[in-house]
Design a protein around this ligand. Structure first.
Ligand code: ADP
Ligand code: MG
Length: 734
């Protein structure tokens, strides 16, 4: 460090907590004036906490430093060299290209950067920098392409460091990685010892460094590899805070809960139909439950009859039969005189569920002592924003007086002024956004009922999600998995139709299957704009197919802009075979069940996500008939092509979920859950499963004895620091 005449004061008195560090502006650091502070602020860094939680994304190993003259072709090395000339231009393909001539006194080479136009500003002639990369030869000249760069400041300490941390994006913000490293070093030194809220025995048990050492290793590793255990500890902290928050949420929900005691038992799954609702429903199904379905239902029923409200996640692959499980659970509530609600994220999905549930309950009666016959049909109502005023009033009245047993709707059900007679169970379909407010609203709905009680909750995912993602997104729920498909399904042959002749073969297959009495879906390209635009393009596609591609076949059209009656009509026609090919937008994604459908054609398949394509494919192969899924796509980004390849390779939704995580990373998967500080910066759900298990174990143990963290004020404070305000208010309301 350059000598500084000012006396150095420590930044805060005792062992500092992370919260303390959030209160120290970066401008307290040496050489950090307003201009640099503004650049840091643009990068989201205003406090010492922000600085220390901005982590290097890679490290340069100075032990591999070499002279340019000594480098052989293919060597990977670090050189310290000065820029002599620099120029920027565009390649013929329009990519930006920055070219440098650099020299280190022993020899020279060319350095080129593609798509990093800001390098021209960063590396002006005269700049001294470390270049880390592989030496190759291009057009007879020696060159490094897209090396890692660290600009060396005047009198740089880097000359003495053996490992140099490289901070991401700093150059774009007008900061050199070296400067950031220097401030991090100073912040570490002046912060002294950081408080460690993780009890010593747990650190020991899981072989985790203490926090001060962990930060030091990440920002100032002494040897290559030192940083890994530091990263491990800090990644643990990220996961631990999340798990603690989830556990606190869970315990808060259980606290003072007034569970609805359902009249049902695990035995209802196996005992014969004795006329009671659940057994009658199960006994009347046209198929036997799978072992997985029986196991799931037994667990659900046992919990429903218990003293604590259920909070459960039901995961299963496409076609594993989640709907039947959900409906049986809803009927368990009805059997005891309570009501059930099934909520979907969109109106279209709610309408489809309504149809499916109605079909399953057709002819089923529930005991009603008020009736002369002693029973009445189970009533299922639909309530969405599209429900007309008169119908709406009728449904609301029925929910209030208890004559409506089950209601299917969107999440608006929770916020609406709908009141229940006795809300016993809520099933939420494919919901990644069922946050703490909705949880509270749900409980309030139950408590505001004529017969108050805390309703039980069952959350379903449309397709499986990876175990680690489930632990983060749904860590406050118990899990139950349907890991088995009903018998008699034939695997779907999946093909990626790339070339025109492959596409032609797909359409030929459609025609052949229709000729054999089967049916086909064609899913139209995803149109970003509005549902209206989507509907129009689906209509055009139907016309094109009818005219040019599938002449003579009977084509139907299904999209989100149709009125419910029109949708019912077109689906009925498809079921009956009057419509042979259903051209649809992604509204067919979930829930549509037509066993005669044997071909699924997805246009522009590269524009869909893995889970969506897997869902779509799940619409066929629902009987003993052989089925096909054609993914039409001339190609796309590397990721898109990896998605299509994965779909062709495997039909296992759990395996596809892992591929999806690998391709997309946690950011997008956790999407809605991720907010500001609670981002996972270091932890990787793909690789850190073991760390996540450890974090969960500690969080469970700590909250078991201390559900409000009253005995762990330091942990409580830290969790609060990372929670968003509404969650904090909910979990820590006094
Ligand atoms: P998903 O889990 O994808 O929601 P569904 O609940 O839509 O699956 O069920 C898919 C199909 O399998 C439906 O036609 C349903 O009636 C049928 N099904 C469900 N359980 C069984 C079973 N045990 N045996 C045979 N068919 C079943
Ligand atoms: Mg389903």
């Amino acid at each position: 460090m350059p000598a500084d005449p000012r006396p150095e004061v420590t930044l805060a008195p005792a062992a500092r907590t992370l919260r303390d560090l959030t209160g120290i502006p970066v401008t307290r650091l040496h050489g950090l004036g307003e201009k640099k502070a503004a650049a840091l602020a643009k990068w989201g860094v205003t406090s010492v906490f922000d600085l220390l939680t901005t982590y290097p994304h890679r490290y340069i190993d100075r032990s591999r430093q070499a002279d340019v003259a000594d480098l052989a072709l293919g060597d990977e090395a670090v050189v310290l060299a000065t820029v002599r000339r620099s120029g920027a231009r565009r390649t013929r393909q329009g990519r930006s290209l920055v070219e440098l001539a650099v020299h280190d006194g022993t020899g020279g080479m060319k350095v080129v950067f593609f798509n990093q136009p800001w390098r021209a500003r960063q590396l002006e002639p005269g700049t001294e920098a470390l270049f880390f990369g592989k030496l190759d030869v291009y057009q007879g000249g020696r060159q490094m392409t897209n090396p890692v760069v660290d600009v060396v400041g005047a009198g740089a300490q880097q000359h003495t460091l053996r490992v140099i941390p490289v901070y991401p994006a700093s150059a774009k913000a007008g900061l050199s990685s070296w400067e950031v490293g220097r401030w991090a070093e100073e912040a570490m030194r002046r912060s002294g010892t950081l408080a460690d809220p993780l009890p010593e025995e747990w650190r020991h048990h899981f072989d985790l460094l203490d926090r001060t050492e962990a930060f030091r290793r990440v920002h100032l590793p002494e040897a290559m590899g030192d940083q890994a255990p530091g990263r491990r500890r800090l990644a643990f902290d990220e996961l631990f805070r999340l798990q603690l928050a989830l556990m606190l949420r869970r315990r808060a929900l259980e606290e003072g809960a007034r569970a609805v005691r359902h009249v049902v038992s695990a035995l209802d799954v196996v005992e014969p139909d004795d006329g009671r609702l659940v057994r009658r429903f199960l006994g009347g199904l046209p198929f036997a439950l799978t072992t997985a379905q029986r196991r799931a239902l037994a667990a659900i029923f046992a919990e429903l009859s218990g003293p604590v409200p259920m909070h459960r996640l039901l995961q299963g692959d496409v076609g594993s039969g989640k709907t039947v499980v959900a409906v049986a659970a809803l009927l368990a509530a009805v059997q005891g005189g309570h009501q059930g609600a099934l909520m979907a994220p969109t109106e279209v999905l709610a309408e489809q569920h309504h149809m499916a549930v109605r079909a399953l309950l057709d002819g089923l009666a529930v005991a009603d002592p008020r009736r002369l016959e002693g029973e009445r049909p189970v009533t299922v109502a639909l309530l969405t924003n599209r429900t007309g005023a008169a119908e709406r009033a009728r449904v609301r009245q029925g929910l209030l007086d208890g004559s409506v047993d089950l209601v299917v709707g969107t999440h608006a059900l929770l916020t609406d002024d709908v009141a229940f007679h006795s809300l016993g169970l809520v099933v939420i379909d494919e919901q990644h956004r069922f946050g703490v407010e909705q949880r509270a609203a749900l409980r309030d709905k139950g408590r505001a009922a004529v017969v108050p009680g805390d309703p039980d909750l069952l959350v379903m995912t449309a397709t499986p999600i990876p175990r680690t993602a489930a632990m983060v997104l749904f860590g406050d729920l118990d899990m139950v998995v349907l890991d088995e498909l009903p018998p008699g399904r034939t695997p779907v042959t999946t093909a990626w139709a790339r070339a025109p002749e492959e596409e032609a073969a797909a359409w030929r297959r459609v025609a052949e299957e229709v000729a054999a009495g089967n049916r086909a879906y064609v899913v139209c390209p995803l149109v970003e704009e509005s549902e209206r635009v989507q509907a129009r393009s689906a209509t055009e596609e139907r016309d094109r197919l009818a005219r040019d591609v599938l002449p003579g076949l009977r084509l139907g059209l299904l999209h989100g802009q149709l009125r419910p009656a029109e949708k019912d009509e077109v689906m009925a026609a498809f079921r009956a075979g009057e419509v042979q090919v259903l051209v649809a937008t992604t509204v067919v994604e979930v829930g549509v069940d037509v066993p005669e459908a044997t071909v699924m054609v997805v246009e522009d398949a590269d524009r869909f996500g893995i889970a969506q394509l897997h869902q779509l494919r799940g619409r066929v192969g629902r009987s003993h008939r052989p089925s096909w899924c054609f993914l039409l796509s001339a190609g796309g980004s590397t990721d898109a092509e990896s998605r299509l390849e994965a779909l062709v390779r495997t039909a296992d939704g759990f395996a596809l979920a892992e591929v999806d995580l690998a391709l997309r990373g946690e950011g997008t998967i956790l999407g809605a859950r991720q907010k500001g500080r609670s981002d996972l910066q270091l932890a990787r759900l793909r690789d850190d499963g073991e760390l996540l298990d450890a974090a969960r174990q500690v969080a469970t143990a700590v909250t078991e004895d201390d559900p409000h963290l009253e005995g762990h004020p330091d942990l409580a404070d830290e969790v609060r620091l990372f929670l968003d305000p509404e969650e904090e208010a909910y979990l820590f309301k006094s």
